[in-house]
Ligand binder design. Sequence first.
Ligand code: ADP
Ligand code: MG
Length: 688
Amino acid sequence: MDMLAPIKEVKGVGPKTAEALERVNLKTVGDLIYLLPRVYENYQAAVDIADLRPGKAIIKGKISDLHIIRTSRKRLTITQGVIRDHTGAIRTVWFNQPYRAKQFDEKREYYFTGRYEFKNGRYQLTSPSATLVQDVEKEDVAGFQPIYSAKSSLKPQTFRKLLDNLRPDFAKIPDLLPFSEGSPDFVKPGARAEALYLSHFPETPEEAEKGRKYLAYEELFELILAAKLNQQENLRLKSIPLTFQQDFIQKLVKSLPFQLTNAQRRAAWEILQDMERGVPMNRLLQGDVGSGKTIVAALAAAEATQNNYQTALLAPTAILATQHFESLQILFDSLSNKFKHLRVPRIALLTGATPHKKMLKNLIKEGEIDLVIGTHALLTDDTEFQSLAFCIIDEQHRFGVGQRQKLLLKSPDNTAPHLLSMTATPIPRSLQLTIFGDLDVSIVNELPPGRQPITTKILPEVQQSEDLYPKMRELLAKGQQIYWICQIIEEKNTNTATPVKKQAEKLKKLFPGVQVGMLHGKMKADEKDHIMDDFAKNKIQILVSTTVVEVGVNVPNANMIVIQDAEGYGLAQLHQLRGRVGRGDQPASCFLLTTGEGKPSRRLREMEKSTDGFHLAEVDLKIRGPGEIYGAMQHGELDLQVANLSDTELIAAASHHASEFARNPENLQNYPELASRIRKYQQLTTLN
Ligand code: ADP
Ligand code: MG
């Protein structure tokens, strides 16, 4: 079977279906075969309502009395209904899925799969998934069935039917992976065909799992091989070697208002070593929030200047870019005051709000600016450099691959800049090996001395006046400051400013005599900067804000952060937000407010337990999978179908196998399908 053959060659695919399939990116026979079931359901295990026991349950029945309840807070919609079969009736409930109210035909029978549990004084089936009974083919006696996801107009049954048409040909699916040195035993002739067959037509859960495991391995192998090949390709690129100016760096370090931590020293040293080479550095600087990554990057930038080359520092928000600009300006000013003859970087800020952009861009082009700090405004085509040799990307996960590439193309012809990416969302080791396998990593795993621990507490909103306001008063009385984070409600017609305004009004009344400021995404950049500045100068004591303060912002006198609707955030984001406090020498606290319905999520409980970003990243990976954590994937560029990145054994095996294979990259020519499959991964991490 030719996996690369066009989709229209599949039996049962007419021109119209072919078009629909192509629209959802199913273009080849192989694409369809790799459309794996979303879940497997064991419909044989369906029970009568009268026999339900608490726990995961499948029932078969009709649904009626569907209606939506909006809670007083309006943040939560509850869809309720009643499911009936011949033995009885139960209530069913979905949270924040209002479409459920209109999804069902009350006359037809469905299988409902969900949790049967006791809540608010009665039993209910919580958030069930549903499948039309008619769609579960009756002749399938095993009753253990793959369930496909619908894709735009294409129904799950369509996929099932087409795959069934292909079924006789499955045995002819060619092998994909090399049986080369280092491959594990289960990579053998016919194994791929078997795995795909078992994934689509399993008779037991064990068979489905066997198929999944092989395909997960295959996916990991491809991902890791792509990273390795990129690494080799990057080694063929040329960059400008920047000589390590030891004397200069030592002077700079001595002039700092503090001593570098050992971790900072080590990271800086690794970076400066890398930049001496004629191949581009591709290094990730990982360090928890507040570990002091900026200064490490600044040292490297100063060295580029010393070598007479330019540096660009890209930050995700104007607030952050401005802050970097201001703190580096202070740093370099004090340096040039101390050492009159030293060549310290001439720096400039370039954001959307920068006045006289054209003039500034001219200066950059003529090489009159050594270090440009900016936002996306840096990426436009008319921002040209004279001699860009070094790029720093702060909070790299906030940028897509395309954006990164745009910056990297601004170096002089035939060279690629040295790249330092920074992130405060630590990347778990398993991900490092796979997706980021071609990156060198420096870790700042030590906080500057004197930092105080942050106490974190989950608090139901109803207890605010009792347990929170007194603590806020106490802190304000000590002259300290507070962040109050409001959730943005993602509804079309809401103004993001509304919750912020309301909350600010409320706090003004509660804390008379205290200045309450507001910050949100709808504000103009200069308004935002103004407010941030007032907060930094303690002209504002309570700052009510959306997550625009999330990244990087540094106000050491702010020692409390209250996060409203904390359940609405991901773990990485919560950790980032919490990192706004505990930056000075006073103890700090973080309150996670919940609406108080049900038990707090694992995410929040982990936040209470740990302030270690590396630990939290591992937990996050387990809870959510990598999909939502990393930028590239948020942009839909990487979508792991099967592999589970906490499967360390499989990753280790695939990594070994891929390394062996990558020793002779020309061998890839003998594996055209593999080569075509890994191309999409290669685009993710390349520096080209
Ligand atoms: P992040 O790693 O989160 O980007 P920053 O670079 O913003 O952290 O640094 C946080 C704060 O710590 C800044 O105010 C910075 O000046 C300060 N800082 C950095 N390194 C040290 C150090 N070695 N000793 C004391 N303070 C430091
Ligand atoms: Mg930072």
